[in-house]
Design a protein around this ligand. Structure first.
Ligand code: R5P
Length: 299
């Protein structure tokens, strides 16, 4: 029975202070429901609206690629520096401790391998399983201009619909086949289609010319993939240019976990994304953290 002894009437209703109704700061997300916003605010830092997501889902079509042979060993030490972890349900359940408090962006499409046509994907996770895994977002590949463009757009729509039923946002990942050019015209087309069909944020590639137009033409936040491993100064410069031309952060994989010093690199990427550090200073940070790490290994 509820305790009804000593009930006190409310006294201070701050009658002279109107209730605040602050706008949600993330681009294109103000009209979303509370649960969606709350999940997005776990991924995108509410202070600056940016994120450093760590992508480790490559095994879903590449197998045990360099740096991801043992996710339990190589990725766990990086997680504290990431704002979110992009991962498959198999790797999450088998290799990441459930005590990890970082939001999960769950890879939710798959069905092909590097041996076959890459755009031939299907929805690969039930929404109920994503809820069970406490996913903060779902990720689905969309292959605009690819052989299976239509089916991959269908996957996006299905995943967005499922996520919307449960308040879980969807990240569309613009997959680019070998035959397609990653220029502003193509990336603008692909990212805009994803946003129009309901993606809550979109992962794409940086392009040297016209990226600001790609970002402006996409009404929801963009994050960039790192792509193939680059020398560290180049990867940091790419991240710097992307966020300064309108990206809301990175979802970076190989340029972090394939580095000689992944922990140093993810901290350098954070400095660029969250502190707007120049690529040069971020690279200095990388080198100094790398040397500290090496000294501690040999001490
Ligand atoms: C792409 O197919 C996957 O989502 C990858 O995990 C992601 O795009 C790769 O990130 P990165 O290009 O930075 O290794």
């Amino acid at each position: 029975m509820a305790d009804t002894h000593d009930l006190q009437d409310g006294k201070n209703f701050y009658l002279d202070v109107p209730q605040t109704c602050a706008a949600f700061s993330l681009k294109g997300s103000n009209a979303l429901d509370w649960g969606m916003k709350n999940r997005l605010a776990r991924i995108f830092n509410p202070q600056d609206g940016r994120t450093v997501m760590l992508a480790v889902d490559h095994g879903y079509f590449q197998g045990p690629t360099t740096g991801l042979e043992r996710i339990d060993i190589t990725i766990a030490p990086l997680v504290p520096y990431a704002d979110a972890l992009m991962i498959t349900r198999g790797a999450l359940r088998s290799s990441i401790p459930p005590e990890m408090a970082k939001p999960v962006v769950l890879r939710s499409s798959g069905g092909q391998s590097i041996l076959k046509e890459l755009s031939n994907e299907r929805v690969a996770v039930d929404i109920e399983d994503a809820v069970r895994l406490n996913a903060s977002a779902l990720a689905v590949q969309v292959y605009i201009g690819g052989v299976h463009e239509h089916e991959s757009i269908g996957n996006l729509v299905e995943i967005v619909n499922g996520g919307n039923r449960h308040g879980i946002p969807t990240m569309a990942v613009t997959g680019v086949g070998k035959e397609l050019v990653r220029d502003a015209k193509y990336l603008g087309l692909a990212t805009r289609i994803c946003a129009e069909l309901g993606a809550h944020f979109v992962k794409t590639y940086y392009c040297e010319s016209g990226f600001a137009r790609v970002a402006a033409g996409c009404p929801v936040p963009l994050v960039i993939a790192g792509g193939k491993k680059l020398p560290e100064p180049e990867a940091l410069a790419m991240a710097y240019r992307a966020v300064n031309e309108g990206a809301s952060g990175v979802d970076m994989g190989r340029n972090i976990f394939q580095c000689e010093a992944p922990q140093a690199m993810i901290q350098a990427v954070r400095a660029v994304v969250h502190e707007n550090e120049t690529p040069e200073k971020a690279h200095d940070l990388y080198l100094s953290l790398k040397s500290i790490q090496e000294k501690s290994q040999y001490a």
